[in-house]
Write a protein that binds this ligand. Sequence first.
Ligand code: PTJ
Length: 247
Amino acid sequence: MPASDVPTSHPRYLSLMAREKIVHGVERGITSPHGLIAHGRGEAFDYLLGERTHAFAGAAVEAGCAMLLTAQWPVISVNGNACALAAEEMVALANVCGAKLEVNIFHTSAEREQAIRGALLEAGAREVLMPSRTHALEHIESNRRWINPAGIYRADVVCVPLEDGDRCGALIRNGKRVVTVDLNPLSRTARAATVTVVDNLTRCLPLMVERCEALKNDSKTRLTEIAAAWNNHSALTAAEEAMRRGT
Ligand code: PTJ
């Protein structure tokens, strides 16, 4: 946690601490400066959600966990924002659901890829896969097309929090199922994903770790049923309605 002069009694302490983490991420060369703008956009949606985890997000966490736990080759994709906000929780999620961690960023920078890898290792990751220059996703032009042959290339389920928009559709077109976390229920990623958790990454990742822990000994049949019953469209509609109502 970066040093901060935000008093713990401040009514928006958690939100302000998340800001500090993102700023610290930029200072450490983990987060792109563009990530500050993305974070501000997320904050605005979170404000409309009342900065709390709603029932539709809790249900999406359950479905996403079931999908990750029943995957043959689950991979968690980490970018500069996710790493700055929740490196330890991403490592914990990878451990509990047996997923690989893979660095994948939109704004090209070999230095930043290495900084993200370093931060994940520091957070306890045993292995961090890096993007290759030999294997690429089809249907995508950006830097995010470069993937690891032992990671996203081979994956059947990919968890991609805080996505930039073009890759989620490409992953789906490459035959993968996608679990995303996105505060904007209207985004292209939110709409293209198999499971969208409309919640703040900092709130829902600990919940995902907890739910994976609780579900991991359940039968494959039950977990497959939970994942198959998921209706992403309904969850996005519920999220949008909650924002319009103003909760
Ligand atoms: O590290 P890089 O180069 O891969 O860049 C990462 C960013 C996030 C800058 C890049 O992927 C990007 O530009 O993303 P977008 O297009 O701004 O989309 C980010 C989405 O995440 C938006 O829909 C935001 O509302 C949402 N978001 C922002 N902060 C959070 C969030 N969702 C959940 N939790 C958050 N804390």
